[in-house]
Write a protein that binds this ligand. Structure first.
Ligand code: SAM
Length: 286
């Protein structure tokens, strides 16, 4: 579907944007190589009817017909194998793969993609991203560990999310950990007082509380992620003035973080409630 005429046009020298649109319609309107960082936190339940379909080829993202791969990588075989035992994933692949292919196109050559998932989807999406970006573009799997809610007694309680990180060009990506918040040493007595005061660089396991139900950050949007989590990622993977994109933006956490760190942002969501929340939260920055 064409994007409505009311949707603002993005310009590299323009203002921050909150966009109400289906990202499948909106992303193709953005020019190549425009965003240094893209963060997405996609829904697993896409709301589409489940279809059982054995696909051996992947539809071209530009609609010109079937083709075997993207960026020279063949992923049709992998997809067919996955689809043969999980038709829910088949549907998810159809939903997510063209959007993540757009993310690859929209990243600058030194850009980085963060995809926020949980233990149910992460392994499938890792395979998808390996096919789309190439395995050599995989940078990290960040584990966001939290401790909240009931604890299952029949298995290990799942208390983490997974964030897959891919770079567009593994030999030329921007990453600067210098400004990132540091963590306390577990045994500060074992290091010098200077080191203990400075703290240590975070690893790929990030302990962080969920958005407090009574805290100032809470917007009321059900899937809101904490700013502290995204602050680390935005700080390391973009510079001041760079453009950051979230095309499953929800309450606009990435926009709030980007603006506070002097980055520019585009936040896209198709849900009118998300747009209302973002307008209230990000209005002063737009
Ligand atoms: C898990 S939430 C994102 C939450 C966000 N990270 C935050 O901190 O608030 C996923 C969002 O994707 C949006 N969404 C789902 N399908 C979409 C589509 N096709 N185009 C744009 N937004 C979509 C949903 O409306 C929802 O707000």
């Amino acid at each position: 579907m064409p994007v409505p005429a009311t949707v603002p046009v993005w310009r590299p020298d323009g203002s921050n944007l909150v966009v109400h649109a289906d990202n499948a319609d909106y992303l193709p309107t953005l020019p190549d190589n425009s965003f240094t960082m893209i963060y997405v936190d996609p829904p697993f339940n896409t709301g589409r009817a489940q279809r059982r379909q054995q696909t051996s080829m992947v539809r071209s993202i530009d609609g010109t017909g079937d083709r075997i791969g993207f960026k020279g990588h063949s992923y049709s075989t992998v997809k067919g194998m996955l689809a043969s035992y999980d038709d829910v994933f088949e549907d998810y692949w159809e939903f997510l793969a063209p959007r993540l292919a757009e993310a690859w196109r929209l990243l600058t050559d030194d850009g980085t993609l963060y995809v926020h998932l949980d233990y149910r989807e992460v392994h499938y999406v890792k395979v998808m991203l390996d096919a789309l970006f190439g395995r050599d573009s995989f940078l990290n799997e960040i584990i966001w560990a939290y401790d909240y809610g009931a604890r299952a007694k029949t298995r290990w309680p799942a208390k983490h999310d997974n964030i897959l990180v891919y770079v567009k060009n593994p030999s030329n990506y921007y990453f600067d950990s210098a400004g990132v918040d540091r963590e306390p040493y577990m045994a500060p007595g074992l290091v010098t007082p200077e080191k203990a005061a400075l703290g240590k660089l975070p690893t790929d396991v990030w302990w962080h509380t969920i958005v407090s139900p009574t805290g100032r950050e809470k917007t009321g949007y059900p899937t809101q992620k904490p700013e502290g989590l995204l602050r680390r990622a935005v700080t390391a993977s973009s510079r001041e003035g760079d453009w950051v994109l979230d095309f499953f933006a929800g309450s606009g956490t990435i926009g709030a973080v980007a603006a506070k760190l002097g980055r520019r942002f585009v936040c896209v969501d198709q849900n009118p409630q998300a747009i209302d929340v973002m307008k209230a939260r990000l209005g002063p920055y737009c």
